[in-house]
Write a protein that binds this ligand. Structure first.
Ligand code: TMP
Length: 223
């Protein structure tokens, strides 16, 4: 069997710059390294993802538990049909959000163990080799959203709570041995444990992307 691709997920508040950073890594892979990648996002554009997006845009209401299940169900469909088959074929996949979003957002109303149980099927199938959290100040992220959005979305006022919840979720997953936190004095070792990189998103875009590339590069371009 050929070499598998690498799966990288980008996480952060809306307005944190995660999509810009995903695109910067994509462009680097394409232009500097001549490596194509597949871009994905969650909620997906499948039926379950459309329902989840409808709830985020406040067009439909679901109970918090239903929301957690809905995002997790969308993820299972998405990873099974649109991510894993490509990784297995050797494509690199970059996804705007994955399982950590469920912990950070739905973890505000459900405990982490419950979120884990809902996501276990997807996580058993595929965890990102690297999850990049763009850790940006909630107020700054909110400002950016307000510039572009016509109508408020479900979680727009919750950045102040979601931001620390991202960090709590990462610590919880690390304690369970499901992820390993890298960055600073903890470089990526090749022990097979999915890596999480927390980057300070309050800096200039180019500085943030340089840091991300420095950690992604050894994963993507090792022979
Ligand atoms: P985005 O497309 O701008 O990133 O927005 C997606 C929204 O969906 C964002 O508010 C976060 C939310 N979301 C969850 O609450 N849980 C999840 O598991 C995912 C994937 C997204």
């Amino acid at each position: 069997m050929g070499k598998k691709g690498i799966f990288i997920a980008f996480e952060g508040l809306d307005g944190s710059g995660k999509t810009t950073q995903l695109q910067a890594l994509r462009d680097y892979m394409l232009n500097e390294k001549n490596t194509k990648c597949k871009e994905e996002c969650e909620p997906s554009d499948g039926l379950l993802g459309i329902m989840a997006r409808g709830a985020v845009k406040k067009k439909i209401y679901f109970e918090p538990q239903t929301m957690a299940l809905l995002f997790a169900a969308d993820r299972y469909e998405h990873v099974t049909n649109d991510i894993k088959p490509y990784i297995d074929k050797g494509f690199h996949v970059l996804s705007d959000r994955y399982v950590l979003s469920n912990f950070a957002y739905q973890g505000m109303t459900c405990d982490f163990e419950t979120i884990y149980n809902y996501n276990k099927a997807a996580m058993d199938l595929l965890m990102p080799d690297l999850t990049v959290l763009i850790d940006a100040a909630p107020e700054k992220s909110m400002e950016r959203i307000e510039e572009t959005r016509l109508k408020k979305e479900l979680f727009d006022d919750d950045g102040g709570a979601i931001s620390p919840n991202y960090l709590s979720a990462i610590e919880w997953l690390a304690k369970k041995g499901l992820v390993e936190i890298i960055g600073g004095c903890s470089p990526a070792g090749d022990n097979g444990v999915p890596k999480v990189l927390i980057v300070d998103g309050n800096r200039h875009e180019a500085a943030v992307s340089r840091e991300i590339i420095s950690y992604a590069e050894p994963l993507l371009f090792s022979s």
